[in-house]
Design a protein around this ligand. Structure first.
Ligand code: UN1
Length: 508
């Protein structure tokens, strides 16, 4: 078939076979289970990855620990130069890599390419950052003393990433970790195992060409067992975890038990508020991307839509019309906006969600069905009408279900925005400066990402990405997120030849 051809051309362009080793630490190996990955649009097997055994992970951590010791002594701008080469290598492969993401994860091709671009962008950022890992000089209260803050590498960073962004999220963690002087050990989702191998091959080639240890960008493919071992292992100084709130809680507790560091990017339940003074056209287009893009499988997907009563009815009408024009289908086909859900389990979760909506007093305004006549895991992008406090509305369902809710004043809408457990992203559509600044102020949105007149998803890499509450509190990507990949040291140097003590204490 033509998709089988696309698959083989794509794998070949990325140096992959139908069977691949899933462990890299300078050498490729793999003694764990062989896991096949499946095209969620067709059900066809794409290829197989042999995962890490416990022994493989142990050996990989040994190699990474050793590599980190040499890497931390390489000047940061030189580390940046390596990341620059990685950036170029990724950019050269952006088309086939984006296509592999589309084939294996199921997002549409422009979004597949877009997330490789996100890696390229953060790599650019990291290259610049490699000359800006600045500390501080702090005035000392003691004469002849110099106080400063130094940032030093952590050692080994473990990255556990999710299926929905199989390239970009690793990219954020990897590019920053490397310029910060750490080795990285990656466990991607086992359902996007080929993508993890493809990315690692690109990075490995750069490292090996530069005579550097490949273990700086280690890969330990695997499932929950490997993730759990990483969380437990003292050699992993920071565990950066992206995934569900439930698994994230376990990871955090496991890492905390050994006083390791964790960085958590967990569930979202993001809302858009549309006020009566909003640019309706802009809002409709934004919601389409926010709620239907990636088939509702971003942690930043809009799941709740609060509409002001003045515009509610006309807005719903506009939205239904827009949803009616969305083409659901093969993510590699031009004009398709909504691909499949990633797994059959996600289809079941969608169905369960729809049933809960009906059982909890809601109605289906548009869609609501599984497209079972199609070969893949396709569902209809769905709009519901339901109460803000129905339990199903407070749950993150990783599918294109948008709950719409009518409000009469902005304070109520903000309260509803904030009443869920999660706290990732949020957006207000309005033209009023007063509402805008209230929304981003202390009594506004309680999320980590607070937008105005743009979707909740599709964040740029320059800002810190992450959220509060059950979203886990971590921040990745831009701003000062890099500081989480380093340890802060307060250094006081006495050059006075005397011993004045702080707080004026006399001790003699
Ligand atoms: C995720 O869904 O895990 O803001 C990450 C966005 C993307 C990243 C999403 N830049 O939607």
């Amino acid at each position: 078939t033509s998709t089988a051809r696309t698959t083989s051309v794509t794998l070949k362009a990325l140096g992959l076979d139908s069977y691949n080793l899933g462990v890299y630490n300078g050498e490729w190996s793999g003694n764990g289970d062989v896991v096949e990955t499946v095209n969620p649009a067709t059900g066809e097997v794409l290829g197989a990855v042999q995962q890490a055994s416990g022994k493989d992970l142990d050996h990989t951590l040994q190699c990474a620990t050793k590599a980190a010791k040499m890497w931390r002594e390489v000047p940061a701008p030189k580390r940046g130069e390596i990341v620059r080469q990685m950036r170029n290598a990724l950019s050269d492969k952006i088309e086939p890599l984006g296509r592999l993401v589309a084939l294996e994860m199921g997002k549409i091709l422009p979004e597949g390419i877009g997330e490789v671009q996100e890696y390229v962008d953060i790599a650019d950022y990291a290259v610049g950052l490699s000359r800006m890992l600045n500390g501080k000089v702090i005035p000392s209260e003691r004469p002849g003393h110099m106080m400063m803050e130094m940032w030093n590498p952590l050692g080994v960073v473990g990255v556990i990433s999710a299926f929905n962004f199989p390239v970009a999220v690793y990219g954020w963690n990897s590019a920053l970790s490397l310029v910060c002087g750490n080795a990285v050990v990656w466990k991607g989702a086992s359902t996007t195992g080929l993508t993890s191998v493809a990315v690692t091959k690109i990075l490995a080639e750069v490292l090996e060409k530069n005579g550097l240890p490949g273990a700086l960008c280690s890969l330990a493919s695997g499932g929950a067992d490997i993730g759990n071992m990483m969380a437990k292992d003292k050699r992993v100084n920071l565990v950066s975890f992206t995934g569900s709130t439930n698994v994230g809680r376990k990871v955090a507790l496991t890492v905390q038990e050994r006083f390791g560091k964790s960085l958590l990017e967990l569930g979202g339940n993001n809302a858009i508020i549309v006020h009566n003074d909003a640019d309706i056209d802009l809002a409709v287009r934004s919601i389409l991307f926010a709620a239907v893009g990636t088939a509702g499988q971003r942690c930043t997907t809009t799941r709740r839509l609060f509409l002001h009563e003045d515009i509610h009815d006309t807005f719903i009408e506009r939205l239904i019309k827009a949803y009616g024009q969305i083409r659901v289908g093969n993510p590699l086909e031009a004009g398709i906006l909504c691909g499949p859900l990633h797994t059959k389990a996600a289809v079941a979760a969608f169905q369960e969600g729809i049933a809960d909506v009906k059982a909890q007093g809601g109605t289906i305004v548009h869609g609501g069905n599984v497209l079972s006549h199609m070969a893949g895991n396709f569902v209809e992008p769905t709009i519901t009408s339901i109460s803000h406090d129905a339990p199903v509305v407070h749950r993150e369902i990783f599918a294109p279900i948008l709950h719409t809710i009518k409000f009469s004043n902005i304070d109520e809408a903000i309260e509803w925005n904030n009443e869920v457990g999660q706290g990732l992203s949020s957006s207000l559509f309005t033209t009023s400066p007063e509402r805008i600044f209230n929304w981003i102020g202390p009594s506004g949105s309680d999320c980590g990402i607070v937008n105005v007149n743009i979707p909740t998803n599709g964040a740029e890499i320059g800002g810190a990405f992450g959220g509060e509450k059950e979203t886990g509190g971590g921040r990745e990507s831009g701003s000062t997120a890099w500081q989480q990949y380093m340890r802060r040291q307060t250094c006081t140097v006495n050059y006075s030849g005397m011993l004045p003590l702080a707080q004026g204490i006399k001790f003699e």
